[in-house]
Design a protein around this ligand. Structure first.
Ligand code: SF4
Length: 325
């Protein structure tokens, strides 16, 4: 018997897998990458969790279909920020079902705990998700199973319901107990939602779609740096520290110039390639303002390969008006 696990890398989904493995069920853990999961690469962590509970891991990239079908026109609307949680979950379940059929697996599992997240994980929301994705009866939630109606896997006797959990609510007590019992190491305490639930990230998204068509290649651009919208509508991104500078430097997206300082240390920046001359002038001044420079002097920046001269603003306050955040 084989199950497909919707796997976040978090403690709950890891424990859910373990509860299946304890009953001799083979588990393929799939992590569905919408592109908005995290600014960090969590592959290693996820692999480590799967290794500890004996599951195979597959990362499924749905970035393109997520942008086309979910993010910008969610049937069930958004949560508090730019997060279309109900539609997003439904998409994840339908992707999981697709994989279940392709892999010859018999049912799905997830680490969801009833009542843990009021918005997306209450009973009604979950039922909507299951109906929308045609997964009703197929999805077993081992962590809360005893509090839920029996699913196909339990009814058919593939899984012993008595050996599952009945956890509800926000307390993590039982999860910690289980983690200790099985000697699970290096697990993460549960984070919030994805980047789309973040207020500042959402502001950047709202600003972006007012000015440009959002594409898969833009996802990475949104994750790093200080974001500014200049007078004529160009987007300027300025790295705020070494790590962000490195990330920005590695982005390949030909909608943007890569801007580097020449002769003075400074942040890595990116500017829309369709920027007007006035916005290029502003961008040069803004980037130089984040360097150790003085307004009396002239400095050089390279826009891709082309060198441009300019001077900084007299203070960072002059840039404030352009800050998206
Ligand atoms: S928090 Fe993000 S990944 Fe999770 S359901 Fe909501 S939109 Fe989807």
């Amino acid at each position: 018997m084989k199950a497909i696990a919707l796997f976040s890398g978090g403690l709950d989904s890891t424990l859910a897998i373990k509860l299946m493995r304890d009953q001799g069920i083979e588990v393929l853990a799939i992590n569905i990458n919408t592109g908005f999961g995290s600014t960090k690469d969590r592959r290693e962590h996820m692999q480590n969790m799967c290794d500890q509970v004996g599951a195979e891991l597959k990362i499924i990239d749905i970035q393109s279909e997520y942008l086309q079908e979910v993010l910008f026109d969610p049937k069930h609307g958004y949560g508090k920020n730019f997060n279309p949680c109900i539609d997003c979950h439904a998409k994840m379940f339908s992707v999981a079902k697709r994989i279940m059929e392709a892999e010859g697996a018999s049912f799905l599992i997830s680490g969801e705990v009833m009542g843990q997240r009021p918005m997306s994980q209450n009973k009604e929301a979950l039922q909507t998700v299951l109906n929308e994705s045609n997964c009703d009866g197929l999805l077993l939630r081992p962590m809360s199973a005893k509090m839920l109606a029996p699913t196909i896997a339990e009814i058919n006797g593939w899984v012993d319901r008595e050996r599952l959990e009945g956890i509800t609510g926000r307390s993590r007590e039982r999860q910690m107990e289980l983690a200790k019992e099985i000697g699970l190491e290096d697990f993460e305490s549960p984070g919030g939602g994805c980047l789309l639930t973040d207020e500042n990230f959402s502001k950047k998204m709202v600003d972006f779609i007012k000015h440009d068509t959002f594409e898969v290649r833009d996802i990475l651009v949104m994750k790093f740096g200080r974001h500014l919208r200049l007078s004529d509508g160009a987007k300027l991104i300025v790295g705020r520290n070494k790590e962000e500078n490195e990330h920005l430097q590695n982005i390949e997206n030909d909608k943007y110039y890569h801007i580097k300082t020449v002769g003075v240390p400074g942040p890595h920046a990116m500017l829309s390639k369709n920027a007007s001359e006035a916005d290029k002038y502003l961008a040069t001044k803004a980037v130089l303002t984040y360097c150790k420079t003085t307004p009396e002097n002239i400095y050089t920046l390279s826009y891709d390969e082309v060198e441009v001269q300019g001077s900084p603003f007299s203070s960072r306050e002059e840039i404030q008006a352009f800050n998206i955040l």
